[in-house]
Design a protein. Structure first.
Ligand code: HEC
Length: 105
């Protein structure tokens, strides 16, 4: 009979393998718009999932919605952003990927 801990570590390694594959694909396929805050976004938002998540949500998120998303990533998911990082990242997301911002190339 399988022990629960074994099952969990199998699931975790599968998730890890998937996220490594995604991160590798990102480097060649996804370039976010240049601008202040991009470095923080790349550093803080690509460790758990692809930066595609930002593009997917871009059409309908205004600044308040980005604030909510980033806070959720920090408080619920455990993203390691300082209060300063959050301000910079939200400003970046609103400027380049906010509802009504110029479409990403
Ligand atoms: C600690 C891991 C982690 C980090 C770091 C992280 N995220 Fe997430 N993110 C998740 C998970 C897990 C989901 C899927 C949650 C769900 O489906 O409810 C998610 C989902 C999302 C979504 C989809 C919409 C939603 O609300 O579920 C967006 C957009 C997003 N993240 C943006 C970001 C941004 C921007 C950053 C950087 C500030 C970031 N994420 C950093 C774990 C993380």
């Amino acid at each position: 009979m399988l022990h629960k801990g074994v099952v969990r570590s199998v699931i975790l390694s599968a998730m890890l393998a998937a996220s490594i594959a995604t991160a590798a694909a990102d480097e060649t396929s996804l370039h976010l718009t240049e601008g202040p805050g991009l470095t923080q976004v790349q550093a803080s938002c690509s460790m758990c999932h692809s930066l595609d998540y930002i593009l997917m949500n871009s059409p309908f998120q205004d600044k308040a919605a980005w604030e909510k998303t980033v806070n959720k990533m920090v408080k619920v998911m455990g993203a390691p952003l300082t209060a300063d990082d959050i301000t910079v990242v939200v400003a970046y997301l609103d400027a380049h990927y906010g509802k009504g911002a110029p479409a990403a190339p």
